[in-house]
Design a binder for this molecule. Structure first.
Ligand code: SF4
Length: 429
């Protein structure tokens, strides 16, 4: 048996309460996925990877031997095969060296691990709106891409972060380096999207689509001014314009820094329903090292206080801060022991969930154009990700919290959230 299959089998055996689909999903997200030339040819007719904010790849674009970044799909749908896999949607993080390869068998894509077929693969259909252009010639995929199998419209309205360089950028984040590499590769990649083009793209989606149910407004942090506006005023204007034109058409979500209560109130007034002030990593020492800009401008304690303040405004269930699952095991400063890392993160989950605030996590993609990707190219061990799923699920159940809103259906076989398996491990009602 191959070494990767052995790792999967052993992890599944150690965690019988987790759906095995969730364990494979986490392993693919932390490892990346490769495509054979034949599979890539099939994928060229599917919905393409839009590079909606970060690269979420394990190699730079310049090192894609087949030009995968132009042809790969946004996500894959795994189902069936020898294991009878339940439908599982996974974001495509390209890694030409990955043991997980999409290949073609009798004209159909399949997922193989070091040569052994694991599941069938569905590719995302191209939505009607991806065939349309705005009046300025830009494509909808650039201005208002969708992920989560079409559920979420992802509006990165500012593709750069004003935390610049090693001393300020979050050490896991490649937003600025990804922007540079996309421009160098010749991808149309608007740095600051105008409200008009966002509204025009959303109109096309509203006219042609019934699958999207939520949108996220996000982008880099604004530490000074952007177009003369502070962070809150810059981002709030998009929500306000969208909600004025399409009141209640989608669940509205905002990802920014944790802002003071009086500023966050502007989001609420603009019509934002769900607020994501991401705290990234719980441990105090690691937060200061991994998020140096956030530590200097806001500070960890104040960040957490603002999260709880926001719960007063939006309601606790509608404040959903993200953490990056795995960075607490990054080298050289992170935990080296899985149980210690889980104890720390579990403390953070307990803290927020005891206040009714339910953090979620994305699975760390150790991108090569980041500091942590260079020091820890393999990311965190699979055992860590399995333990995180269990800890998140059990803490969520212990506090009897509702299913986080804005993520679609929960449960293995139904979840659409594609960058971690946290929705896959919630037991459906
Ligand atoms: S605040 Fe940190 S995570 Fe957010 S875009 Fe800037 S560098 Fe990236």
């Amino acid at each position: 048996m191959s070494s990767r299959l052995t790792l999967i089998d052993e992890t599944i055996a150690r965690h019988p309460s987790l759906p095995r689909e969730a364990i494979v999903k986490e392993d693919i997200l932390r490892t990346g996925i490769a495509f054979s030339p034949e599979a890539l040819a099939l994928a060229a007719d599917a919905k393409a990877k839009a590079y909606f904010i970060f690269s979420f790849d394990y190699v730079p674009l310049a090192d894609m031997p087949q030009g995968e970044h132009w042809k790969a799909p946004e996500e894959v749908w795994l189902e069936g095969g020898p294991w009878g896999f339940r439908p599982t949607i996974i974001s495509v993080r390209l890694n030409p060296q990955s043991p997980y390869r999409v290949e073609v068998d009798e004209g159909k894509p399949v997922l193989r691990v070091e040569g052994t077929t694991l599941t069938g693969v569905g590719l995302p259909p191209v939505p009607e709106y991806y065939t349309r252009k705005l009046s300025n010639g830009k494509r909808v995929i650039e201005i208002a891409p969708t992920i989560e199998w079409g559920y979420l419209v992802y509006l990165t309205v500012f593709r750069i972060c004003q935390y610049f360089g090693k001393a300020e950028e979050c050490q896991f984040c490649d937003i600025n380096n990804n922007y540079r590499q996309q421009i160098e590769a010749g991808r149309p990649y608007t740095a600051v999207k105008s409200i008009d083009e966002i509204l025009e793209a959303l109109q096309i989606i509203a006219d042609t689509d019934t699958v999207s149910h939520a949108y996220t407004i996000t982008g880099g942090s604004v530490t000074t001014r952007l177009k003369g506006l502070s962070e809150v005023d810059f981002y709030a204007q998009y929500a306000e314009a969208i909600e004025r034109k399409f009141p209640g058409r989608w669940i509205s979500k905002m990802v920014t820094q944790a802002l003071p209560k009086d500023e966050a109130r502007k989001f609420k007034d603009a019509g934002v329903q769900i607020y994501h002030p991401n705290f990234e990593v719980w441990d105090e020492r690691l937060f200061s090292i991994i998020c140096p800009g956030k530590e200097r401008y806001v500070g960890r304690q104040e960040w957490h206080r603002r999260i709880l303040d926001a719960a007063d405004l939006f309601g606790p269930s509608h404040v959903i801060p993200n953490m990056v699952g795995g960075i607490e095991m990054s080298r050289p400063h992170g935990f080296t022991d899985v149980e210690e890392a889980i104890r720390s993160t579990g403390e953070g989950l307990d803290f927020f969930m005891s206040h009714g605030v339910c953090p979620r996590f994305t699975t760390w993609c150790a991108e090569p154009l980041t500091t942590l990707g260079r020091t820890t190219p393999g990311g965190a061990p699979l055992e860590y990700h399995a333990r995180l799923l269990e800890t998140w699920r059990d803490t969520h159940a212990r506090y009897q919290l509702p299913v986080p809103p804005g993520y679609g259906d929960p449960g293995s076989g139904r979840a659409v959230f594609s960058v971690s398996a946290f929705m896959d491990v919630i037991a459906p009602n």
